[in-house]
Design a protein around this ligand. Structure first.
Ligand code: SF4
Length: 208
């Protein structure tokens, strides 16, 4: 969890990342989020830790890993956010809209905007909020339309930004946002010429 995130939706946002993803898209830049590990927290604890951020956040972005791989926790989390904050809620999923249809019925009104479909490392990347152009941005509520209609457009150069987050406890620096293809390898290569080390977890895209 991190606040503020400014690169995954409008305004200053609380970012929450689920651990574990069973979809495993070739080219995924977050392979470190694939493994399912024993739970380290509960939704109640998380909501408690998020209280201050939720009081001032413009929105909440839920990503992963794959949030829908933990459907009960996702539902509890979304209800908890909705009842504590007027922030909009954006969720990223690697499942298709069609596959998510039954869950979206159950979660009706809890997700304002959804970015759906698996990342395709061979597809172009020219749309805002999407890692690859096959992914769809679905505005599911009036608030979703109000906040995200402006995000359903092509990228322009000023959109090419990442948040740089410093973790005081571990001394690590991590990047938040949607990198361009090859950005992570470029960063690792630049840092390899210094005393710093970039750890990237990018899955290979098989050649056709
Ligand atoms: S891109 Fe998203 S859905 Fe695809 S493997 Fe990576 S974390 Fe999972």
């Amino acid at each position: 969890m991190h606040f503020p995130v400014t690169t995954l939706g409008p305004g200053q946002r609380l970012g929450i990342w689920f651990q574990g993803c069973s979809i495993r898209c070739p080219g995924c830049v977050s392979v470190d989020t694939w493994a399912s590990i024993p739970p380290k927290t509960t939704v109640e604890l998380l909501l408690g830790q998020a209280r201050d951020a939720l009081a001032i956040a413009d929105g909440v972005t839920v990503s992963g890993g794959e949030p829908f791989d933990q459907p009960d926790a996702l539902e509890q989390l979304l209800i908890g956010i909705r009842t504590r904050s007027p922030a909009d809620i954006l969720v990223f999923s690697g499942y298709s809209l069609e596959r998510l249809a039954p869950q979206l019925l159950r979660l009706d009104g809890l997700i304002d905007c959804l970015v759906a479909d698996p990342f395709d490392g061979r597809a172009p990347q020219s749309r805002l909020l999407r890692g690859s152009d096959n992914q769809r941005l679905a505005m599911l509520t009036p608030l979703g339309h109000q906040r995200f209609a402006a995000f359903d457009r092509a990228l322009d150069p000023s959109d090419r930004v990442l948040d740089v987050v410093f973790d005081d406890e571990t001394g690590q620096v991590f990047l938040v946002g949607i990198p361009r293809p090859g950005d992570m390898r470029k960063l690792a290569s630049i840092l390899s010429e210094t005393s710093l080390v970039a750890v990237t977890t990018e899955a290979k895209v098989p050649t056709a």
